[in-house]
Write a protein that binds this ligand. Structure first.
Ligand code: A2P
Length: 274
């Protein structure tokens, strides 16, 4: 469900419809970037233990003149943590890094460790998820979710646990629609909000001639077309930039792409696969 400029999750928690992503923003630049984002109206910041920038992301939020409950903060459990006790320990480390006493959203970063992509960690994910459920019930996290999970990874959690993930954060951008369609449909059926990371394909999609042409037609920039596309696919984009002009540009998405143009964008090839 959508409300004003937010998505509303199954338990009524509202999440601002565009988040500021901080992947690949080094710790020393994270303070300035997050401050610029907050200054320009972002109220949703996404980080992860693995990004190694939680300290400065947290510091920027704490130092900014905004009440904690007016900023939606997400972080993620490292991908190699696949048991109950370590999940509790790493969650506390994340809170300590951020200098906060709760999170708005905590995600299992991936179904497998990044150095063993594709490994079957079903039992470990279930154990980690049970710890997330405990933290959620204890009021330490307002919503819990996963990232990079496939349909079968999600199904395993749904079959063995009490709480269906509220969120699945996946790579999604123009060119990814057909590849991700089954997953998008599954998430919609289970009321799992899909967050789109790398909504600009890490910048690679911005040079596409089709997107440039469309940007001219709508009098917007290619990045704005990409972000608007994600929103119209009912996914929550997490663009990132370290430049203030771009940070502002990525938040001004007050236009609509026509159905015909959306269909054309759905059928585009994934630029990262060329
Ligand atoms: P920079 O940080 O130098 O601005 P994604 O969010 O898909 O991962 O893409 C992030 C990449 O896209 C970064 O390299 C970022 O560079 C670049 N980027 C972000 N916003 C814009 C924009 N509005 N125009 C052009 N490039 C952008």
């Amino acid at each position: 469900m959508r409300k004003d400029h937010a998505f509303v999750m199954r338990n009524g928690v509202e999440i601002p419809e565009i988040g500021f992503g901080t992947w690949q923003i080094p710790n020393k630049e994270a303070h300035d970037s997050v401050t610029m984002a907050l200054k320009n109206g972002y109220t949703h910041i996404d980080t992860a233990y693995a990004y190694q920038n939680e300290e400065n992301v947290g510091k920027a939020i704490r130092e900014f003149d905004i009440p904690r409950d007016q900023v939606f903060v997400t972080s993620k459990l490292p991908s190699h943590i696949k048991n109950y006790e370590d999940t509790l320990t790493y969650f506390q480390e994340t809170l300590d890094h951020l200098g906060m006493d709760y999170l708005d959203l905590f995600l299992i970063h991936a179904p497998w460790p990044w150095d063993d992509i594709g490994a079957d960690c079903t039992e470990g994910n279930i154990q980690a998820w049970k710890a997330m459920e405990k933290l959620f019930k204890d009021g330490k996290i307002r919503t819990i979710g996963v990232s990079n999970f496939s349909v079968s990874d999600l199904q395993a959690i749904i079959d063995s646990c009490e709480i269906v993930p509220f969120v699945n954060q996946i790579p999604f951008y123009i060119g990814k629609f057909h590849e991700q369609k089954e997953l998008l449909d599954f998430c919609e059926k289970h009321e799992i909000l899909v967050e789109a990371y790398s909504p600009l394909a890490t910048g690679e999609v911005l040079n596409s001639d089709e997107i440039k042409k469309l940007a001219e037609k709508y009098n917007r920039t290619p990045a704005q077309i990409c972000i608007r596309y994600c929103l119209q696919k009912d996914t929550l984009p997490l663009p990132k930039s370290t430049h203030e002009g771009r940070i502002i540009e990525n938040s001004k998405i007050d236009f609509e792409i026509s159905e015909e143009d959306m269909n054309m964008l759905d059928d585009m090839e994934d630029v990262r696969k060329k």
